[in-house]
Design a protein around this ligand. Structure first.
Ligand code: AHR
Length: 498
């Protein structure tokens, strides 16, 4: 037991680097005192953005970053976030009645683009389609992308500090329009989508990729309803880039004191991503048999009860992430890699001080969570050719939820011929020895093996103990048939150099 065979002749295609995307919303502490500290802050910053975060984020090659929401996008007026910062309006940013947060608009279009450039990510804008007009979203596209001094709006962009176009390629048309984004039916949404997309296409000078709001988790009725309405009112000649879905795992015990059963229940929930992706693609295949559209998972991660982060509940949705959350990240990214023929982009929610975050920050404090290290360990998959795996991993039973395999795995070969294998040992108590073999080529050479684990799966990094969890890397020679040790509850990456 515990053998994997890499079938080097079989692949589902290229792993789109955008599968390793991120999400940053104007909610709680994601931006203010998270990413953004302001230029005059005593916290070291680059044009207002927290320097330690910029430097850390850059290292994992973030391909794409979604902004400004989420739900926030559906009340966002982009004009509030341009022009002299001291004159920008303060607007309401309440999520619940007791949440009296306001939005200073200090981070707007120009600042966000600056952040993307600092870290090397493509911007992905989510457009408000609930509380504005198609004309205003068209104007935002024009403001961002039209050539210097060609129109009044592109001239205004120059006056606001950026004469060169931003070339924002990815545009989400709405957010969760089945819920907070207008409580629409899929038929209503399809109509709105067509309206907004058609109008925005009239200023589409750079081949923008428009993304339709997709389902909540496994709700295939949304996907069917949307495509039925879209199909009968469109000849597909003016098509779009893809359909986005949101899927969070939640309600599996307290984020820091979960039981063993709850640990497995969370992993089982995360594993459902596989079925969700396949189910929606099956519906899409009926309407889009040539697979011109991608599936975009533009929000995913664990959604625990709030209040366990350093702000003790002040930052809405802020939570601590343990080894269990890192394993959810590793498992989910393996699923995306293994479905790279279907998933065109995915954005983990959210970057800082929120759900499933890579960072926790506040004033002078800054920590990388275990989730961060998973993105670092998996970054060599970006743009690689996925490799099919045959395994004989045992099945583990999970109380009240679907069974899971004891190990999750994915593999890819990059353009230099280096092979990356990423493995998650789901077992709470037992280490695993995994034997590596291959078919259609040899896997042998000098390898770097990185192990992310802790004595206790509840372990996490905090302001008080920021380096409690760190992955360890060692170099070794790998020959066919060698075994790799996966400690209990761990994420392991093996990079075999050509
Ligand atoms: O990520 C937090 C929220 O979750 C987003 O605003 C919304 O899109 C989703 O419901």
């Amino acid at each position: 037991m515990n053998n994997i065979c890499l079938v080097l002749t079989e692949s589902k295609g290229t792993i789109n680097k955008n599968i390793y995307g991120h999400f940053s919303e104007h909610i709680g502490g994601v931006f203010y005192d998270g990413l953004w500290v302001g230029e005059d802050s005593s916290v070291p910053n680059i044009r207002g953005f927290r320097k330690s975060l910029v430097e850390s984020f850059k290292k994992i090659n973030p391909p794409v970053l979604r902004w400004p929401g989420g739900c926030f996008a559906e009340t966002y007026d982009w004009r509030d976030g341009i022009g002299e910062r001291s004159k920008r309006p303060v607007t309401v940013n309440w999520w619940y009645n007791e949440d009296k947060r306001t939005e200073s608009n200090q981070v707007g279009t120009h600042e966000f683009i600056d952040f993307c450039r600092l870290v090397g990510a493509e911007p992905y804008f989510a457009a408000n389609i609930t509380s504005t007009t198609p004309m205003e979203i068209r104007n935002w596209v024009e403001y961002c992308n039209f050539p210097e001094n060609l129109t009044t709006l592109s001239t205004l962009r120059g006056e606001n500090g950026d004469s060169a176009p931003f070339n924002v390629k990815y545009w989400g048309i709405g957010n969760e329009n089945w819920g907070g984004g207008g409580n629409m039916t899929p038929q209503m949404y399809a109509r709105e989508f067509m309206k907004y997309k058609t109008i925005c296409d009239s200023v589409n000078n750079i081949g923008c990729k428009f993304i339709a709001c997709g389902p909540n988790g496994g709700d295939i009725n949304w996907t069917k309803g949307f495509f039925e309405e879209y199909r009968y009112n469109n000849n597909w000649q003016s098509s779009f880039y893809g359909l986005s879905l949101h899927y969070y795992c939640g309600a599996a015990g307290h984020p820091l004191t979960f039981s063993e059963d709850e640990y497995y229940q969370m992993l089982s929930q995360a594993n459902e991503m596989q079925d969700i992706i396949r189910k929606h693609r099956a519906v899409m295949d009926y309407y889009d048999p040539k697979r011109t559209l991608g599936l975009i998972v533009d929000e995913w991660g664990c959604w625990h009860q709030g209040g366990t982060g350093p702000s003790k509940g002040y930052n809405l949705f802020e939570q601590q992430s343990t080894i269990r959350d890192a394993m959810v990240a590793g498992l989910t990214l393996n699923i995306f890699n293994n479905n790279c023929d279907v998933v065109a982009m995915a954005n983990v929610a959210q970057l800082c001080n929120n759900l499933h975050s890579l960072y926790l920050a506040g004033e002078d404090n800054f920590v990388e969570t275990p989730n961060y290290f998973v993105f670092d360990m998996y970054k060599t998959h970006q743009g690689g050719r996925q490799v099919q795996i045959i395994d004989d991993f045992e099945t583990m039973q999970v109380k009240d939820r679907a069974d899971i395999k004891s190990v999750s795995a994915s593999a890819s070969v990059n353009e230099n011929g280096d092979i990356t294998i990423t493995l998650v040992n789901m077992d709470y108590k037992e280490e695993k020895q995994v034997k590596l073999t291959s078919f259609g080529g040899q896997i042998a050479g000098k390898a770097d093996i990185t192990v992310l684990t802790a004595d206790d799966p509840h372990a996490h990094n905090s302001f008080e103990n920021p380096k409690a969890i760190r992955p360890a890397t060692y170099s070794t020679a790998i020959n066919p048939g060698d075994k790799v040790t996966l400690p209990k509850a761990s994420v392991v990456s093996v990079v075999i150099h050509k």
